[in-house]
Design a protein around this ligand. Structure first.
Ligand SMILES: NC(=O)c1ccc[n+]([C@@H]2O[C@H](COP(=O)([O-])OP(=O)(O)OC[C@H]3O[C@@H](n4cnc5c(N)ncnc54)[C@H](OP(=O)(O)O)[C@@H]3O)[C@@H](O)[C@H]2O)c1
Length: 484
């Protein structure tokens, strides 16, 4: 299969926070992978920027180590790494002071696309944007990439939007949600909108419910203090799970272009009902074989921050009225898995005697670990012995269908960075989308505080608190197993 790659313009990518964890784990390895795949134009350059006083050679050593640590051996060879490192330079810049800004200005070339990746805490977005502006580095073709968290509530998100809007136009701002960079997430749109098969069934008449699970097996160790100010609702639901929900629930956009897609996602967020307190379960993991409890990690025995949340959500529109969306996410759960399951209703009339093996169709969309989609269908068990039914998966995993191409799937960060350079905002959140998501999330969190709710304890390696299971059981439904 010949893969068609949309060309990328020559660019200068400045990574603010280039010595940080995200740059080392994701951004630099992601860029290298694109370079290895021949997708970085010959004159593209990457300029690291942070306060640390570091030579260009030391920054290249840091990048080399990051590539060796995070890129698989199959894509590493000395010649390609050396050629990639040749593109890298470093400028020591203080985001909140004046040091380094003149050097950075001089490092940028006037005839290529300038892109600025803010891989720093949100408190630095404003100071960096102002200085880029003051030093005339913001041009009509400039782009800026900002990391999560985009605010911790509606008013802080509005402030960040205002800070960015003072220096950049909305079409220049790329708010990253790496979940949207996953191959499967985009494939979800292809499956829905490039086939006639699913869309007629994609509504409350045929879909019984939707489950979205983002489970992590790790805890919050090492960042307990930071996490304790956030919690699962802010850290995961407001952004990642909400984005996945939008892609499942949205109407077909008139074209696959950034604002058409984002308009439809925004309509979904605006159609969300407020969540009633009885439809939410929060949890905190207990101490267990894997380590201390959430409260130990938070360093606050009285913390009411949730390391787990499950909720039942209603999208109030013609398509979805009556079909609940169940969302759950948490730390220290049984396995690391991110999955969306669209559970279809039973046939209206069942003609077979084998009621025991009567199961509905389920389309499961797996984001991690193994990206792919599976459709569960019921067939006759082969062989004699009457009409015994059995469920089999109709496997749409990319690895088999696409062979080599799938094995080479770029990771989410690399794909999204290339989209930034191409000027394609489809997979990035617009300012009004983020604000609408916070406007829905804020009252939920305020409700917990007002009622003084305490999260329920749950065992490490479990599926969360018992009450989360009840959230579905009482509706006559059950969560899918969390299996890695
Ligand atoms: N790490 C992740 O997996 C992850 C995932 C999602 C989102 N994020 C977000 O991404 C951002 C970066 O995270 P991170 O984990 O990479 O943080 P980090 O490891 O703490 O790195 C922060 C970077 O910012 C630089 N920096 C700090 N103050 C600066 C200043 N005044 N001027 C210039 N540079 C400055 C630091 O370098 P110097 O000290 O040398 O200046 C360092 O390179 C944060 O907003 C985080 O929430 C991170």
């Amino acid at each position: 299969m010949v893969s068609r790659v949309i060309p990328v313009d020559p660019f200068d990518l400045v990574i603010f926070g280039a010595t940080g964890d995200l740059a080392r784990r994701k951004i630099l390895p992601g860029l290298y992978r694109r370079f290895w795949a021949g997708q970085m134009p010959p004159v593209a350059r990457v300029i690291g920027a942070a306060r640390s006083d570091m030579t260009e050679a030391a920054f290249r050593d840091l990048a080399r180590a990051a590539i060796e640590d995070y890129v698989g051996a199959r894509k590493r060879d000395a010649e390609t790494i050396a050629a990639f490192l040749d593109r890298l330079s470093y400028v020591a810049v203080d985001a909140t002071g004046e040091a380094g800004w003149t050097d950075l200005t001089a490092a940028l070339r006037p005839d290529v696309v300038p892109a600025f990746y803010f891989s720093v805490g949100p408190a630095l977005f404003g100071p960096i944007a102002e200085r880029l502006h003051a030093h005339h580095m913001v041009r009509p073709e400039s782009r800026v990439v900002v990391e999560k968290p985009f605010g911790h509530d509606l008013s802080s998100a509005q402030e960040l939007n205002a800070v960015l809007a003072a220096s950049f136009e909305e079409h220049q701002i790329y708010r990253i949600d790496h979940y949207l960079g996953k191959e499967t997430v985009q494939n979800l749109m292809a499956v829905r909108f490039a086939n006639v098969l699913f869309e007629p069934l994609w509504n409350a008449q045929y879909v019984d419910h939707v489950q979205i699970t983002v489970a992590e097996s790790v805890g919050v160790e090492g960042r307990g203090g930071y996490y304790d100010k956030s919690g699962a609702m802010r850290d995961m639901v407001q952004n990642h799970l909400m984005q996945l929900l939008c892609l499942i629930a949205m109407e077909p956009p008139s074209r696959f272009e950034p604002d058409s897609v984002r308009d439809e996602k925004l309509k979904v967020i605006r159609a969300l009902d407020p969540v009633s307190p009885g439809d939410i379960v929060r949890g905190q993991y207990r101490a267990g074989p894997e380590g201390g409890s959430y409260l130990d990690a938070a360093g606050d025995r009285g913390s009411r921050t949730e390391s787990f949340v499950a909720l039942k959500v209603h999208v109030s529109n013609w398509r979805w009225a009556g079909t609940p969306f169940y969302l759950r996410t948490g730390k220290r759960l049984r396995a690391r898995v991110s999955e969306i399951a669209v559970v279809f209703k039973d046939p209206p009339h069942f003609i077979f005697d084998d009621h025991e093996n009567r199961r509905g169709n389920v389309l499961s969309i797996r984001l991690q670990p193994d990206e792919g989609m599976t459709m569960r269908v019921t067939i006759k068990e082969p062989g004699p012995g009457g009409m015994r039914l059995v469920e089999v998966p109709l496997d749409m995993s990319f690895a088999e269908a696409l062979g080599e191409d799938a094995a080479d799937m770029p990771d989410a960060y690399a794909r999204l960075i290339m989209d930034v350079i191409r000027g394609n905002q489809t997979l990035f959140m617009r300012g009004d989308e983020v604000e609408a998501a916070w406007a829905w999330t804020d009252p939920v969190i305020a409700g917990w505080a007002a009622r003084g709710d305490r999260p329920k304890p749950y065992d490490q390696g479990s599926s969360g608190p018992e009450d989360a299971l009840m959230l579905m059981h009482r509706d006559g439904r059950r969560w899918r197993e969390i299996e890695g």
